[in-house]
Design a protein around this ligand. Structure first.
Ligand SMILES: Nc1ncnc2c1ncn2[C@@H]1O[C@H](COP(=O)(O)OS(=O)(=O)O)[C@@H](OP(=O)(O)O)[C@H]1O
Length: 213
């Protein structure tokens, strides 16, 4: 894998983005044997919203799949959540993190709040740059809030003069989910979220949120 990565010269760092590594059992061991001093960055958001976002993405590719409400439960009458459904399993962050902590100290992992990244992209980017030992080159002045998109966008990326937002597949409208199902899911995730806050020493405030977009 390292062989297919671009060569890094003095003063450069190589980055690689694969969200699924966080939930892949073999990943921590393999990555550790490749580069034990590697820095890891994980963007996490409220697992309930994450599950709905995940479902929305699948739905856009396969419109015939069952509703979220149907997929979320093993037994709806008993309120038994289907934790084996990937959209739900991925949000059990504490479980996945435990795997990584067998190989990497917490100091080598940065957790970025997906919610903060939207409301304060420059603030979260400052943390990322500090974590990577970089100067704070990306700041407030690089972002603007795009009202049509409903998200922050880049004013002027390096390679062009035009502003740039993320693509159409980012920031889709989520379908409306039965509030009882949301409530049940919030209850399901609460202990795992608490565990995750404790493990990371960060309170992501997912219990405080009113509605899940
Ligand atoms: N600036 C900006 N513009 C657009 N979207 C933004 C932005 N910042 C964060 N987000 C949130 O990113 C979510 C999509 O990211 P993903 O993790 O699904 O991306 S990836 O497919 O895994 O690469 C996407 O989730 P959805 O809203 O469910 O589509 C957004 O909420």
């Amino acid at each position: 894998f390292v062989n297919v990565m671009p060569k890094t010269i003095e003063g450069q760092i190589t980055m690689e983005k694969t969200p699924s590594y966080f939930v892949t059992n073999e990943a921590p061991k393999r990555i550790h044997s490749m580069a034990k001093d590697i820095k890891l960055i994980v963007v996490v958001r409220n697992p309930v919203t994450r599950a709905i976002s995940d479902y929305t993405q699948t739905l856009s590719k396969k419109p015939e799949i069952p509703t979220f409400e149907v997929l979320a439960f093993k037994n709806r009458t008993l309120g038994l959540i289907d934790a084996s459904w990937s959209a739900i399993r991925i949000g059990i962050y504490a479980l996945h993190l435990e795997n990584w902590l067998q190989y990497f100290p917490l100091s080598q992992i940065l957790f970025v709040s997906g919610e903060r990244l939207i409301v304060d992209p420059a603030g979260e980017m400052a943390k990322v740059q500090d974590f990577l030992g970089l100067k704070r080159v990306v700041t407030e002045k690089h972002f603007y809030f795009n009202k049509t998109k409903g998200f922050p966008c880049l004013k002027k990326p390096e390679d062009s003069s035009a502003p740039r937002c993320l693509g159409k597949s980012k920031g889709r409208t989520h379908p409306r989910i039965d509030p009882d199902v949301i409530h049940r899911l919030r209850k399901f995730y609460k202990p795992f979220n608490m565990m995750f806050y404790q493990m990371t020493g960060q309170d992501f405030q997912w219990e405080q949120e009113e509605g899940d977009k």
